[in-house]
Design a protein. Structure first.
Lengths: 258, 331
């Protein structure tokens, strides 16, 4: 929202996953319940991140932001590697392997729960951005920082909340993934590349577009696994990205000209 | 910015000739002084990564096109020469140039796609292209050995096949590559192309408005940068006698290329060299001190240094050096 491309976003998903993993294995807390821990913790981490690091490079152009968040991404990945080793870790829940089928289609319970909760969180975010004062302040500050400041918006506070929210959602994604996805230090790279493809495919800055594109990518990946082979999912998704860039660089929901 | 400063004072360009001469003599004599294989290995790695940094810097530093996917060209160079060597018995010396040409050809479609995006989105798109290439080489095992990779047969001391029993010849090859990279950068920096690159890097739209053909200049510099990076790839696999997709298209190569340049000072001739001279021995020291059990230490330290540079000294080590020179002249 603050027009910061955060290269470390995937690493925050990774941290959310580790939080859920350790809560589940050490304290026996269900990964979905640990959402209540991972979201507030990550929100605070986001506020801290904004105050300590991002605030210093705002308004200096692309380069410092890219390098700083990129360095943060490398740092978090490697600290995780030092602390937790490169092992893949999974959590077994009663619903991990459960599935039911409707009309010949198997639906995994864990993935369905993750889908429903992710949709609920997306709706909550949209409502927050459009219906609350802080949400409106965020959109204003994203549009034009200086003008927002002149209108009496405390942009530092607004950015802190925005970065906090972004990290809280990453933490939530981590908790939602944990029942059916293994966690390892570089897991965030997969998600950040996927998220990037969704954002470009669904037109930069278009939230609904990213959502639709995300669904399309999921379908494309499954079709790729079905018809080409088990390890071709990523190739299909990246192929989709390259095709988008070649044929329609402004994304599915952008105009023809840029 | 550094490039402009260097050009502005002609006196500053004459003096370094002495320095460069001294540096050249010192680096030519170095293998006689360094006696341990470990020491030589560190020297070779410094030269190699400085060279990759120099290649990256042409694009990332001067034209400010932040590629985080230079491993694509490193890997293409490495695979081209290895396939030529093992399948057809062609010398890596020919493979070296062939790999460079393959990388140049690959940079055309990759650039055509990625240059449609700008800033951070360009950077991520380049990561994706390197990943796609890695996935392709992992998947098509019949073509290039798949995930297991292959070792390169050792022929003994065979200079014509780029194989040597000692480390000193590798050192000189790496030194020659670095010299080539620096010479290329020097010539570009001094030509109209250098000015165009800096203009595109500062403000692409403004440069375009005053008649700089930005897409063409970006394509041309990408070609040169890809060619040089591929040379490093060929050299590296010949040096370690092993290739697999995870080594050849390693994300770490892309990261390190950008890292040494930023820490040293982007858009400057000597920045990547200075950055590598600091980072590479540091990481070798850390690794020998802590052993291989602490796999993440090297990049953790790198990331911390990078963050410190961005927050406190965005011009990198070159900025420190030019400040020091200014203070010395005045005092």
């Amino acid at each position: 929202m603050v027009k910061i491309v955060n290269f470390a976003q995937g690493e925050f998903v990774m941290i959310g996953m580790y939080i859920s993993f350790f809560l589940a294995t050490r304290l026996g807390i269900d990964p979905l319940l640990s959402l209540l821990v991972s979201m507030p913790v990550m929100f605070l981490a986001g506020v801290l991140l904004q105050h300590v690091l991002i605030r210093r490079v705002l308004g200096l152009g692309d380069m410092p932001q890219i390098f700083l968040t990129f360095a943060l991404s490398v740092l978090l990945m490697n600290v995780a590697l030092l602390l937790f080793t490169a092992n893949y870790r999974t959590v077994q829940t009663p619903y991990t392997d459960a599935s039911f089928h409707i009309g010949g289609v198997y639906v995994s319970v864990a993935k369905l729960i993750a889908f429903v909760l992710a949709m609920a969180l997306s709706c909550a975010l949209t409502l927050l951005l459009h219906r609350t004062d802080i949400g409106k302040a965020m959109r204003a500050a994203a549009q034009n920082r200086d003008v927002a400041m002149l209108m009496g918006i405390d942009t530092n506070r607004v950015f802190a909340v925005a970065v906090g929210l972004a990290l809280a959602l990453a933490g939530a994604a981590g908790s939602l993934l944990m029942p059916f996805y293994p966690v390892y230090p570089t897991v965030g790279q997969v998600f950040v590349l996927m998220a990037f493809v969704a954002v470009v495919l669904g037109t930069l800055g278009n939230v609904t577009g990213a959502l639709v594109a995300g669904l399309m990518m999921g379908v494309a990946e499954s079709l790729g696994i079905q018809f080409i082979g088990a390890d071709s999912g990523l190739i299909v998704v990246f192929g989709l990205l390259l095709a988008t860039l070649a044929l329609r660089p402004s994304g599915l929901f952008g105009g023809w000209a840029r | 910015m550094g490039a402009v400063e260097a050009r502005a004072s002609p006196r500053a360009t004459r003096r370094p000739a002495v320095w460069i001469g001294a540096l050249a003599v010192a680096s030519l004599a170095l293998p006689a002084l360094v006696t341990t294989p470990f020491g030589m290995d560190v020297c070779v790695r410094v030269l190699l990564f400085a060279f990759i940094g120099v290649a990256w810097n042409l694009m990332g530093g001067y034209a400010k096109q932040l590629s985080l996917g230079h491993a694509a060209y490193f890997g293409l160079g490495a695979y081209t020469s290895t396939i030529l060597l093992i399948r057809f018995g062609i010398s890596p010396w020919i493979g070296l140039v062939a790999g460079g040409i393959v990388a140049m050809l690959a940079s055309l479609p990759i650039g055509w796609l990625c240059f449609r995006l700008r800033g951070p989105y360009f950077a991520i798109a380049t990561i994706a292209t390197a990943q796609v290439l890695m996935l392709l080489f992992l998947k098509f095992r019949g073509f290039a050995w798949g995930a297991e990779g292959t070792t390169i047969p050792f022929l003994g001391n065979a200079p014509l096949m780029m194989q040597f029993s000692g480390k000193a010849p590798y050192y000189y090859i790496a030194l020659a590559l670095l010299a080539l990279g620096l010479l290329t950068t020097y010539l570009i920096e001094r030509s109209w192309m250098g000015y165009y690159l800096v203009a595109v890097g500062e403000d692409e739209d403004a440069a375009q408005a005053i008649g700089v053909n930005a897409p063409r200049i970006k394509r041309d510099i990408y070609l040169i940068s890809a060619f040089l990076t591929a040379l490093a790839g060929t050299f590296y696999v010949q040096y370690i006698y092993f290739i697999d997709p995870n080594t050849a298209f390693s994300f770490n190569v892309s990261v390190e290329a950008a890292l040494v340049s930023i820490v040293g000072g982007i858009g400057t001739l000597w920045g990547p060299v200075l950055g590598t001279a600091l980072l590479e021995p540091l990481s070798a020291f850390l690794q020998s001190w802590l052993g291989s059990s602490h796999a993440g230490v090297q990049l953790t330290v790198y990331a911390l240094i990078l963050m410190a540079v961005i927050l406190w000294r965005p011009t990198g080590l070159m900025g420190l050096v030019s400040d020091a020179i200014r203070i010395l002249r005045r005092g």
